[in-house]
Design a protein around this ligand. Structure first.
Ligand code: ADP
Length: 167
């Protein structure tokens, strides 16, 4: 059994694809930290607090999952919090190339940082946060792609954002 795992990503916002990985990964470890990586140089649609609130809401019934965020290197967090494994989801070959590179870089920076890849469920291989944002911003229905409990909040906030940008 792996002890403490981290699942890092932008989660901007969390989708059914992320949630499916979280559920499977949480069964493989004692504790899973879903880690929102905050990059001040990269613009995001939702603040780290909003992203964390969405994640908390959809993970409330998974007892060994905790939500946290970090603005530095993932391996620094990994080391400081005494983690054992990094979890990543793989959708397609396009994910593989960047994730493969990232896994090697992380291992180079911290030799005990092993990355475990979980293949996306066939239902969500095509699903990304950016696709969800696009659909919602144009007033489309995102209910097949995100958990019901956060669907309206995502749409509302993105529509407000789109209206502000239009001004
Ligand atoms: P994105 O912004 O592309 O949706 P994130 O940075 O939030 O992705 O992704 C965090 C992790 O979750 C990455 O390992 C990514 O490959 C994985 N992931 C993202 N979307 C899915 C999905 N639909 N199914 C499985 N894994 C996913």
């Amino acid at each position: 059994m792996m002890k403490k795992a981290i699942y890092p990503g932008s989660f901007d916002p969390v989708t059914n694809g992320h949630l499916e990985i979280i559920k499977r990964a949480s069964q493989m470890c004692d504790q899973l930290i879903v880690l929102i990586s905050v990059n001040p140089n990269k613009s995001s649609s939702f603040s780290a607090e909003e992203r964390a609130a969405f994640l908390r809401k959809v993970c409330y019934d998974i007892p060994n999952v905790r939500i946290d965020s970090c603005s530095g290197l993932i391996v620094d967090y990994f080391r400081e919090h005494d983690c054992d494994i990094i979890i990543k989801g793989l959708r397609a070959m396009s994910d593989f190339e960047t994730e493969f590179q990232m896994a090697h870089v992380n291992k180079h920076l911290c030799p005990r940082a092993e990355t475990v890849f979980l293949c996306a469920d066939s239902q969500s291989t095509y699903l990304s946060s950016s696709m969800v944002r696009q659909i919602a911003m144009f007033g489309g229905d995102i209910s097949p792609f995100v958990p019901e409990s956060i669907k309206d909040d995502i749409t509302k906030r993105l529509l407000i954002k789109a209206a502000k940008e239009d001004k």
